[in-house]
Design a protein. Structure first.
Length: 166
């Protein structure tokens, strides 16, 4: 969780000003996950609460740099460029990979029209239903039929990515 910016913040912070409530917040937020012996890491979606404490530590470190405005400006700019680049380069592809089965369903639905019989979809049924309702303005109850018959549309070959590691 501390990754690059967290460790840099700890290096820059004066230990007397380390916000102990933030450290406590991080520890308490992640404590339930220390019992998960079947996973080597905490999934990113579970560190959001702990990130509030991390943000406080980074904020204290940046506040301590106020007297050196040019360093503060450089650090803030580097953080901004790094995080935008990370989202654009790494996370964007993960989003596109997760969206592919739903986009494929929408392409087929546009081509074939309603009603559409679906045999398998790699996500929850609600994802397909909401997608056709929002993107195609179809009534999902009337337009999508779920069946295990051999002639039904099978999108399970387009499995969702197993994980979205950071």
């Amino acid at each position: 969780m501390f990754w690059f910016w967290g460790f840099l913040s700890l290096a820059l912070i004066r230990w007397k000003t380390l916000p102990l409530p933030a450290v406590f917040w991080i520890a308490v937020s992640l404590l339930p996950y220390c019992f998960l012996t079947y996973m080597p890491h905490v999934p990113s979606r579970h560190i959001y609460l702990a990130s509030a404490g991390m943000a406080l530590i980074v904020g204290v470190a940046l506040a301590g740099m106020q007297e050196r405005r040019w360093i503060l400006t450089a650090l803030f700019t580097a953080m901004l460029v790094h995080n935008i680049g990370y989202v654009w380069i790494k996370k964007r592809q993960q989003f596109l990979d997760r969206a592919e089965p739903t986009e494929h369903l929408l392409r087929i639905a546009r081509e074939k029209g309603a009603p559409l019989t679906i045999g398998c979809f790699p996500y929850a049924r609600e994802v397909a239903e909401r997608a056709v309702e929002i993107m195609l303005r179809w009534d999902a109850q009337k337009s999508l039929h779920w069946s295990k018959e051999t002639g039904a549309l099978n999108l399970c070959e387009m499995r969702a990515p197993a994980s979205s590691k950071r």
